[in-house]
Design a protein around this ligand. Structure first.
Ligand code: SF4
Ligand code: SF4
Ligand code: SF4
Length: 301
C-alpha cells in the first residue's frame, strides 16, 4: 500500500479498487470462530469499516472498506480477539477444512484440530507462490483438497467380515463408484474402482462392513482457476502428526526450489517432485499405508 509500511504491507491487507480504502482479512483456520469473537469482529467492522463482513471462499472473514490510517489499531484489536490478520499473497494462506468427524456423517478423519496444528506450523510462511492447504474428511472433497497446492483427504478401506455376507446387495446400492458386486451370493469389492469413501460401511444391515486403515491421503500440485487439475498423490499416512510434519517439508521444499509466477503444478518436475516423494516415503515409511488398492481387494474376499 503506497506510503505505508509495517502492518500495511501484510498479506492480510488488500488494496481495494478505491485507492483510499482497503479490506482486512482475518486468520481463521478451518473457518472456525466463536460467537464472542464474532461479536468483536462486528464491532471492529462497524467502527472501522462500513459495518459489513464478507465471507471468503477460503473460510475467512474480511472487513471491507477500511481507512488504512486505522490499520495498526485494527491489527492490535484483531490479535487480542484471537483472530489476527490473515494472509493472501505469496505465502501459506488460511488453512481450510470441512467439519470432519465432529459433525459430518461421511467423515473419516478429524479435521478442525488438524487444521489448527497445520496453521500453527506453517501459516503465513513466505513462499514464491501462494500455497493453499485444504483438508477434506472424505473423498467428496467438499473443501476442494484435490485442487489445492496441498490437499489432505481422509479415506478408509472397506473390509468385510469373511464368510458372513448374505448377498442382500445393500452395499452395492450405496456405492456410487460401482465398486461392489454380488458374485456367488456374496459381495466382492473391485479395489481398482473403490474411492475409499467409506459410505458402504454404514450400509450393511448386518454390520459386516468395517473401516480398515483410516488414513490421510496427501496430494501436491492441485490447481484451481482457468485450468483446474487435481493434485498428485505424495503419500498416504495414518497419523495426524505425520501430516503436519510432511506439510512442513512440502512448504520448505517449495520455498527453496519453486519459482514465482507459475503454478506449483507446472513446476513439479523442476522442484524434483519424484525424488521428494521417494524421500518422504522413506522417511515416513512407519506411517505409510502402502499398496492400498491391492490389500483392499484381497482383504474383502
Ligand atoms: S468432505 Fe466428506 S466429510 Fe467433509 S463435509 Fe464433505 S462429505 Fe462431509
Ligand atoms: S468405500 Fe469403496 S466400495 Fe465402499 S462405497 Fe466407497 S467407493 Fe464404494
Ligand atoms: S450389505 Fe452386508 S450382507 Fe448385504 S451384500 Fe453387502 S456386505 Fe453382504
Amino acid at each position: 500500500m503506497k506510503g505505508y509500511t509495517g502492518v500495511h504491507e501484510s498479506g492480510g491487507v488488500i488494496t481495494e479498487r478505491h485507492p483510499d480504502l482497503c479490506t482486512v482479512r482475518v486468520r481463521m483456520p478451518a473457518g472456525v470462530v466463536s460467537a464472542v469473537q464474532m461479536r468483536k469482529l462486528t464491532k471492529i467492522a462497524e467502527k472501522y469499516g462500513d459495518g459489513s463482513l464478507h465471507l471468503t471462499t477460503r473460510q475467512t472473514l474480511e472487513i471491507p472498506h477500511v481507512d488504512p490510517a486505522h490499520l495498526e489499531k485494527i491489527a492490535v484489536q484483531l490479535s487480542k480477539n484471537g483472530t489476527p490478520l490473515g494472509a493472501e499473497r505469496e505465502e501459506v494462506v488460511n488453512i481450510t477444512a470441512c467439519p470432519g468427524t465432529e459433525r459430518c456423517k461421511y467423515a473419516n478423519i478429524e479435521t478442525i484440530e488438524l487444521a489448527k496444528k497445520i496453521d500453527e506450523r506453517v501459516f503465513g510462511r513466505q513462499t514464491p507462490i501462494k500455497m493453499r492447504i485444504s483438508i477434506s474428511a472424505c473423498p467428496y472433497v467438499c473443501t476442494g483438497s484435490l485442487t489445492s497446492e496441498i490437499g489432505v483427504t481422509g479415506r478408509i478401506r472397506p473390509l468385510r467380515t469373511p464368510g458372513l455376507c448374505t448377498g442382500c446387495g445393500s452395499c452395492v446400492e450405496y456405492c456410487r463408484e460401482g465398486a461392489i458386486s454380488i458374485r456367488d451370493g456374496i459381495s466382492v469389492l473391485d479395489a481398482g474402482r473403490c474411492a475409499m469413501c467409506g459410505v458402504c460401511v454404514h450400509s450393511c444391515p448386518y454390520g459386516l462392513l468395517k473401516s480398515d486403515y483410516m488414513h490421510y491421503q496427501i496430494t501436491v500440485g492441485g490447481r484451481r482457476g482457468r485450468d483446474p487439475q487435481n493434485g498428485i498423490e505424495l503419500i498416504n499416512v495414518e497419523s495426524a502428526d505425520a501430516v503436519v510434519e510432511i506439510i512442513d517439508r512440502i512448504v520448505y521444499r517449495v520455498y527453496r526450489r519453486a519459482w514465482s509466477g507459475r503454478s506449483l503444478r507446472d513446476q513439479m518436475d523442476e522442484i524434483g517432485f519424484a525424488g521428494f516423494k521417494e524421500e518422504i516415503e522413506r522417511e515416513f515409511s512407519g506411517d505409510t499405508v502402502s499398496d492400498i488398492q491391492g490389500q483392499s481387494h484381497r482383504r474383502t474376499q
